[in-house]
Design a protein around this ligand. Structure first.
Ligand code: ZN
Length: 311
């Protein structure tokens, strides 16, 4: 059975203050805010989506805003770094741009032959920019101060920390259909699908790492993409039959989702590619108006009053 994952879909992380977070990801990193909505489980808080021009699966970083919560701690059972692709030669532009804003960057050791830099967002979330040939066919959201030749091109990869690979590998290979691509030290790279943006995921095996603590600046879950509802249901059945606790299908308006934990505790989601972010507003104006799921429309006035302005 081939589960037909098509790559990463989105990565969702936890932030404190929404306004600071929006300024960082849009004004500084140049991502487009493609959806302004609320947490479907708590409509008093934003759920914001940042992506390329169209919200293409594999480019979408989303945040829950949990206010004044303590920072989390990276460790086993968590995605510890989120990497974006930039074109070859773009790193010097980004180092300078981040330094101008007082953000320290570090040169990463060469990883599978590619160069990268690491830095943190305002909540301390670890981010990486990797110079890579992958996913350069995406249309970035171009701003005057970020030329297209250096703009971020969606996800490169995500890195999870685990203490032991054995059971995780069975899930990745046998149930999710991923193939091991390369190993470098204790880092194991898997290919989710061929070509395009966000097609790889890395796991660092480190039994000495502490357990992760969830908090501001940590990844909440990582979502893989699947093309159709039928493919998702086939996968849901195979996970269920393998005795992995898997959620029912949830309607997230822009995609349909199932959730389960990999054996070391990282929360995985599989989301459908459709219907996509243009289902309730045109591509030209994505992210400009507050969009609410139907169940909250009758409470719009109260919800809008409770949300802080973003600029
Ligand atoms: Zn999600």
């Amino acid at each position: 059975m081939n589960t037909k994952l098509t790559g990463l879909h989105h990565i969702t992380a936890i932030a404190g203050d929404a306004k600071t977070n929006v300024a960082f990801y849009t004004d500084l990193l140049g991502l487009r805010m493609v959806k302004k909505t609320v947490n479907f489980d708590d409509p008093t808080a934003y759920h914001l989506y940042f992506a390329d021009e169209r919200g293409t699966p594999g480019t979408v970083l989303t945040f829950f805003y949990w206010g004044d919560i303590p920072r989390g701690r990276p460790g086993i059972g968590q995605v510890s770094a989120t990497a974006f692709t930039v074109p070859q030669g773009a790193l010097s532009f980004w180092k300078e741009r981040l330094a101008e804003k007082g953000i320290a960057t570090s040169n990463l050791p060469t990883r599978f032959g590619e160069s990268g830099i690491g830095f943190q967002d305002p909540d301390g979330m670890p981010l990486e920019l990797m110079e890579s040939e992958s996913s350069l066919n995406l249309v970035p959201w171009v701003r005057d101060d970020i030329p297209e030749g250096v703009a971020i091109r969606g996800f490169h990869s995500a890195t999870g920390i685990i203490g032991d690979l054995t059971d995780t590998e069975i899930l990745l290979k046998d149930l999710l259909g991923m193939g091991e691509l390369e190993r470098e030290g204790n880092r194991v790279r898997y290919r989710i699908a061929e070509g395009g943006a966000g097609r790889i995921v890395d796991f660092v095996v480190d039994p000495s790492a502490p357990r992760a603590l969830q908090g501001a600046g940590t990844v909440h879950h990582i979502a893989y993409a699947t093309a159709t509802d039928e493919d998702q249901e086939t996968l849901r059945e195979s996970l269920h039959n393998a005795f992995l606790g898997v959620s029912p299908v949830m309607d997230r308006n822009y995609f349909h989702s199932i959730y389960f934990r990999e054996p070391q505790g990282i929360l995985f989601e599989v989301a459908t590619e459709g219907p996509g972010f243009a289902v309730d507003e045109p591509v030209e104006t994505l992210g400009e108006a507050l969009k609410l799921p139907a169940m909250y429309e009758s409470r719009r006035a109260d919800i809008e009053k409770a949300l802080v302005p973003l600029n």
